[in-house]
Design a protein around this ligand. Structure first.
Ligand SMILES: Cc1cc2nc3c(=O)[nH]c(=O)nc-3n(C[C@H](O)[C@H](O)[C@H](O)COP(=O)(O)OP(=O)(O)OC[C@H]3O[C@@H](n4cnc5c(N)ncnc54)[C@H](O)[C@@H]3O)c2cc1C
Length: 385
């Protein structure tokens, strides 16, 4: 649903200009320094980019799902560090509060997340709870007016720079699976420590690390929604929206890589003609352009359905699966179209994009987990299971 076309066009134009004029010239530097210049993060704060999906009542832009995915496709036509920096606040870092927080919890944290004063993150995954996310071992024991958290989280995006953590922990000690699990909003403070940022295959400038809880006392008022045992339902709400968001964030880099590849093949001449004029190269352009179009179309359709209040569990999973795999295929073709220059960092940004986008097929549900989920929901929809 698009609420106001003129406002949205203005925002999309602003993002486009920012990405092309401010971010693209800095991509190499961000990758080299493995850091985003603080003044650029401040600029993102001033622009309100941290608050896209936070409701207007709490200081955000209150984008609908359709507006959010359109903005995400624009912002992500860049190296992944950019959207990774703002993306947890516009997605998994704030969404549990937006979906299930009490009014008091929303008032307390969302306005400062919307301005980017606070950076949020989602701490779900653990060493023994990856694809099997419900195997959460982190415990939250009630002690008077507090919960005491113990355990550890792994692979948490933005943990090293986060101020607030949405933490999924087991409140019913001894319970198994998704039952007895609750969601908390935990502020950085005593008992919570984050590890050193990992050394990763790609996405330089984006920080990911472990999170440790060592008798971390959290006021009971920070139990999201004020009810124990509903943490997994909250996470599923977050992920259903986030899968559409992430699918859009997979589409932007594919658009950028194809743009770069078309530019390169149009200028690069071999055998007396531009390589873009060879039909075998054109096949790679055609396949990439077609798949980008398919991803964009399905994401927009699912986003509109979500805005209408429809259940998008199946379509969101299909979008994440298709868009992340599509992006991987486009990255591979882009390397091919650039030839040796696609492999050598000195000659093109394509090798960096290729490494950056590899993660898309792993996090927020691996492709295999989405295949299983899609089949399960499709069979159920057909009344056969
Ligand atoms: C850089 C990075 C950032 C991340 N950010 C976050 C974050 O912000 N918050 C957060 O909570 N998590 C985050 N994650 C965690 C991410 O979601 C998990 O890594 C992912 O869910 C996979 O879990 P795993 O790594 O333990 O792999 P595993 O579950 O060990 O899977 C290993 C392989 O086995 C396959 N497999 C597993 N189970 C099945 C099955 N039943 N059938 C078929 N194949 C199967 C998988 O598809 C995969 O190929 C991040 C991960 C990374 C690497």
């Amino acid at each position: 649903m698009i609420r106001n076309t003129a406002h949205l066009e203005a925002l999309l134009g602003d993002i486009r200009t920012f990405v092309r004029e401010r971010w693209h010239p800095l991509e190499d530097q961000v990758s080299r320094d493995n850091d985003i210049p603080p003044e650029l993060v401040d600029e993102l704060r001033r622009k309100g980019y941290f608050g896209w999906s936070i409701p207007e009542a709490y200081g955000g832009l209150g984008l609908t799902t359709e507006e959010l995915v359109l903005c995400a496709m624009e912002l992500s036509q860049s190296s992944v560090a950019l959207r990774a920096r703002v993306g947890t606040n516009t997605g998994i870092g704030s969404e549990a509060l937006v979906a299930d927080g009490t009014e008091e919890q929303k008032q307390r944290w969302l306005p400062r997340m919307a301005t980017g004063e606070l950076t949020g993150c989602l701490a779900l995954t653990e060493p023994e709870a990856g694809s099997e996310a419900s195997n959460v071992q982190t415990t939250a024991r009630r002690d008077g007016e507090h919960y005491v958290l113990n355990g550890g989280k792994r692979f948490i995006t933005n943990a090293p720079v986060a101020d607030v953590f949405t933490v999924i922990a087991r409140t019913e000690l001894g319970s198994k699976g998704s039952k007895g699990v609750s969601a908390f909003l935990v502020e950085r403070g005593p008992g919570l420590t984050t590890g050193e940022p990992y050394r990763m295959m790609g996405q330089a400038g984006s920080f990911v690390s472990d999170v440790h809880f060592d008798d971390c006392r959290v006021p009971a008022s920070q139990l999201i929604g004020g009810r124990e045992g509903t943490g997994f339902q909250t996470v599923m709400k977050v992920l259903n929206k986030q899968r559409l968001h992430l699918a859009a964030l997979c589409t932007g880099p594919a658009i950028r890589m194809l743009d770069l590849a078309m530019m390169h093949t149009s200028r690069r001449s071999q055998f007396g003609q531009a390589v873009a004029d060879f039909q075998l190269v054109q096949a790679m352009i055609a396949d990439s352009r077609t798949e980008i179009y398919a991803a964009r179309s399905m994401i927009l359709e699912a986003a509109r359905a979500r805005d209408l209040g429809e259940d998008v569990a199946l379509s969101a999973s299909m979008c994440k699966y298709f868009a992340s795999e599509m992006c991987g295929r486009v990255a591979d073709r882009a390397v091919q179209m650039f030839g040796g220059s696609g492999y050598v960092a000195d000659f093109s940004p394509i090798e960096r994009y290729y490494r950056d986008v590899r993660l898309f097929r792993l996090y927020e549900g691996t492709s295999q987990i989405h295949q299983l989920n899609i089949a399960k929901l499709a069979l159920r929809e057909a009344g056969m299971r």
